[in-house]
Write a protein that binds this ligand. Structure first.
Ligand SMILES: *Cc1c(COP(=O)(O)O)cnc(C)c1O
Length: 295
C-alpha cells in the first residue's frame, strides 16, 4: 500500500580513521525508502495500514509530540494509502504550527491537542473511549507506531546481505525497530541498539516487546551511554559530529536518533571495542524532517 521510492541499499563508509581502526563500516540507507514516510516509520506503518484496511477502517488515529517523525510519517502514509488521519499531539497548541505539524496538516491530518497528564494515560481504555466518542471509529496506531505489526514490518529491514555482518546497529526510541531487527536477524550477528532516551528501562521494554512477539533471541544489547541528556536533548559536540560526518561521508544524520547512534558507534570504534576486521552495519532509520526543528 505504501510505495517504495528507492530501494534502501547498503553503502560502505571509507575514511583513514576507519582504516586505522581496522573495522569496515557500512550503512543501510532506509532513509531513502520514501521522501516523507522515511526509514523505520515506513516499515512500522506498512502492516498497520494493511490491517486497518482489512478491518474496513477509513481513519487512522495516532499520538505524538509536536516534532514527532511518527506524526509526520503517519500523515503522509495515511494520505498516500487513502485514509483520513487524526493526530493527537502532546501538550498545547502553539501557533504558527511548526514544520512537522504544518506538514501533517497539509497532508490532511486533523490535529487535536491533549494535555500532558491525560497524554500519559493514553493507553487506558477510558481515554481511548473518550477519543472514540469525540472522533468516531478509527484504527489506533500507538505512539511511535510500535506494536506487533510494526515489529513484523521492521523484520523486513533484514535480508541475507544484512545477516552477513558481524555487528548491526540501530537507534532506539520505543524499541519497536530494534525488536524487528532482532527478530529478523534470527540469531545472526550481534545487534546493538543505541538509546536516544535517558534511563535504563529500554532493555526491559525490548524484552517485553520480543516476548509479546514470541521471539527469544539473546544476541543483542542496548547501550545507554549516548542519549546526551535525554530525548530530543542535544549538545554542541553532537551537532559538530553530525556536521563532520556529513562532510566526511556525505550522509545527513539528525540529532534525535541517527546522530546519537553514529556518535556512539564512532566512540566505541575509537575505543577499540570491536574486534579487528569486524564488519559493522549501521541502519539509517531516516527521520531527517526532524532537523528542521533545530534550524
Ligand atoms: C522513530 C525513530 C526511531 C526509533 O524507533 P523505535 O522503533 O521507536 O525504537 C529511530 N530512528 C528514527 C530516525 C526515528 O524516526
Amino acid at each position: 500500500m505504501l510505495k517504495i521510492y528507492q530501494k534502501p541499499e547498503i553503502q560502505e563508509l571509507k575514511s583513514d580513521f576507519l582504516t586505522q581502526k581496522k573495522v569496515q563500516l557500512f550503512i543501510k540507507r532506509e532513509d531513502l525508502i520514501h521522501p516523507h514516510v522515511s526509514g523505520n516509520k515506513w516499515r512500522k506503518l506498512k502492516y498497520n495500514l494493511e490491517e486497518a484496511k482489512k478491518q474496513g477502517h477509513h481513519t487512522l488515529l495516532t499520538f505524538g509530540g509536536a516534532y514527532s517523525n511518527h506524526i509526520y510519517a503517519t500523515a503522509a502514509a495515511a494520505k498516500e494509502a487513502g485514509f483520513k488521519s487524526i493526530g493527537i499531539i502532546r501538550g498545547e497548541e502553539h501557533l504558527p504550527l511548526n514544520h512537522t505539524l504544518s506538514f501533517a496538516q497539509e497532508q490532511g491530518m486533523q490535529l487535536s491537542y491533549m494535555d500532558r497528564s491525560t497524554y500519559r494515560l493514553k493507553k487506558e481504555a477510558d481515554v481511548i473511549q473518550r477519543l472514540r466518542d469525540q472522533f468516531g471509529e478509527f484504527f489506533l496506531v500507538p505512539e511511535g507506531g510500535t506494536n506487533n505489526l510494526a515489529i513484523q514490518g521492521c523484520e523486513e529491514i533484514i535480508d541475507d546481505q544484512v545477516k552477513s555482518f558481524d555487528i548491526v546497529c540501530s537507534a532506539v526510541g520505543t524499541g519497536g525497530t530494534i525488536s524487528g531487527i532482532i527478530a529478523g536477524m534470527k540469531g545472526n550477528a550481534k545487534i546493538i541498539g543505541f538509546s536516544s532516551l535517558k534511563g535504563n528501562f529500554l532493555t526491559d521494554e525490548v524484552k517485553q516487546l520480543l516476548s509479546g512477539y514470541q521471539c527469544d533471541f539473546q544476541n543483542w544489547e542496548i547501550i545507554n551511554d549516548y542519549h546526551f541528556g535525554g530525548y530530543a536533548k542535544v549538545k554542541p559536540e553532537l551537532m559538530a559530529f553530525i556536521n563532520d560526518f556529513k562532510k566526511d561521508y556525505h550522509i545527513q544524520l539528525e540529532p534525535i536518533y541517527t546522530g546519537k547512534m553514529m556518535y556512539g558507534l564512532f566512540d566505541m570504534i575509537s575505543k577499540n571495542l570491536f574486534e579487528e576486521n569486524s564488519r559493522i552495519l549501521a541502519i539509517h532509520t531516516g527521520g531527517l524532517q526532524g532537523l528542521k526543528g533545530f534550524e
